[in-house]
Design a protein around this ligand. Structure first.
Ligand SMILES: N[C@@H](CCC(=O)N[C@@H](CS)C(=O)NCC(=O)O)C(=O)O
Length: 249
């Protein structure tokens, strides 16, 4: 089967997409990526899958939608190196931690970030359309004010949700600090899907030194303030450490 039928349909810089990118890289799989622009992506992704969200892994004719589903697929087709612990009790716990971060933390930290920073259309366009031709970047930047209402409704971006989103972000970072205290890892004594999920989903608070997630400089004022908000939290130090030790280039 041709490798050309394998690719990752993704948003650049997004935390759920980062989970899929990290899992692929961890397993030594460097697939082509197809970048979509948040807003206009919906119709295009729905041609491949029932829902509009990314990541979507295209694998020999199948389309696997969702970061946990992508990881589960990769564990079957490329078991080494493993992301699931061998011990069944630890595996169950690691999947529980993944589900916690997927459901309770990932959407909230993304909401908090967007509420703080989405007013900077030019910087947002630079993030999401960075790999596209100049004209596409410019038109996307100009179009963003029109796309914002779509983004607001897709991500539940209203100011009355800001304090809950910030609280959930802080609790996610606190949880990392508490749960990694004994071994440095969230489950057992080695890197697993639990660490990957927590680090990838909260990576947007830590600006890790990796080309897939490091924010382009100069950062917008609001993005700089967002990073400063979290920089002294021990959880962001742990995230950077996970990137340095376990996120291949
Ligand atoms: N539970 C899903 C959530 C994925 C998700 O929220 N993706 C966002 C990007 S971070 C998205 O594509 N949003 C646009 C949409 O829902 O149409 C996962 O784990 O992959």
């Amino acid at each position: 089967m041709s490798k050309a039928t394998r690719c990752l349909h993704q948003f650049r810089f997004s935390n759920f997409n980062e989970k899929a990118r990290w899992a692929l890289a961890f397993k030594g799989l460097y697939l082509p990526r197809k970048d979509y622009l948040p807003g206009p992506h919906g119709g295009q992704i729905k041609k491949l899958c029932p829902e509009s969200f990314t990541p979507v892994l295209e694998w020999d004719g199948d389309h696997i939608q969702g970061s946990a589903e992508v990881i589960d697929h990769l564990e079957k087709v490329q078991p080494e190196p493993p992301l699931y612990p061998a011990d069944p009790v630890e595996k169950e716990e690691a999947l529980r931690v993944q589900a916690h971060f997927d459901e309770k933390v990932g959407p909230e930290v993304r909401r908090a970030l967007f509420l703080d920073t989405m007013s900077d259309a030019a910087y947002m366009a630079n993030l999401f359309a960075g790999g596209k031709p100049w004209l596409v970047r410019k038109s996307y930047g100009a179009m963003l004010p029109l796309v914002r209402p779509l983004m607001r409704s897709a991500m539940g971006l209203s100011m009355d949700k800001q304090s809950a989103a910030l609280k959930a972000t802080e609790e996610g970072l606190d949880l990392i600090g508490e749960q990694s205290r004994t071994t440095g890892y969230l489950v057992g004594d080695r890197f697993s899907v639990a660490d990957l999920s927590a680090a990838a989903l909260l990576s947007i608070t830590a600006n890790p030194d990796h080309p897939d997630m490091k924010r382009p400089e100069p950062m917008s004022k609001t993005t700089r303030a967002w990073m400063d908000r979290w920089k002294d939290h021990p959880g962001t130090q742990w995230i950077k450490e996970m990137y340095a030790r376990h996120r291949p280039a």
